[in-house]
Design a protein around this ligand. Structure first.
Ligand SMILES: [Zn+2]
Ligand SMILES: [Zn+2]
Ligand SMILES: [Zn+2]
Length: 136
């Protein structure tokens, strides 16, 4: 995980206090009692998923059931969370709609300079082709 990215992303959810009242950093609801940052564990979990690379990765692995979305191979332990639109091309790093779990082999093929069946399949599924860039 990169601290720089974490900071940039966490800033999207600053502490919020107006007129002596505190509001949830994640969902923006007014907080009851002595709470100053989040409503509940659900909002804390959502905040972490959307600001912390490790938590985001774990979330995508769980959502995709540990299976490569291109070949159906189980890859919970060595799979890679691949951004559909790469961050270098303006894709959102912490948007779950922009990430899928893929196995090492198919990830390598997605980032290959050569055209191949995996890239064709990916393009058919997501309509995106530009993947010759490396991850950060
Ligand atoms: Zn909340
Ligand atoms: Zn695969
Ligand atoms: Zn990738």
């Amino acid at each position: 995980m990169t601290p720089r990215t974490f900071r940039k992303s966490a800033e999207k959810y600053p502490s919020r206090k107006y007129n002596g009242k505190n509001y949830c950093r994640y969902c923006g609801r007014e907080l009851a009692g002595r709470k100053t940052s989040f409503c509940n564990y659900r909002c804390i979990a959502d905040f972490l998923i959307h600001t912390d690379s490790t938590q985001f990765r774990n979330y995508i692995i769980a959502r995709d059931a540990g299976i490569c979305q291109l070949c159906g191979f189980g890859c919970a332990h060595n799979g890679i969370v691949h951004h559909i639109v790469s961050i270098a091309n303006g894709g959102s790093e912490f948007d779950e709609r922009n990430a899928i779990l893929v196995c090492k082999q198919h990830h390598d093929e997605l980032h290959s300079i050569e055209s191949n069946k995996t890239k064709e399949k990916f393009k058919a599924m997501f309509g995106v082709t530009e993947h010759v860039v490396e991850h950060e």
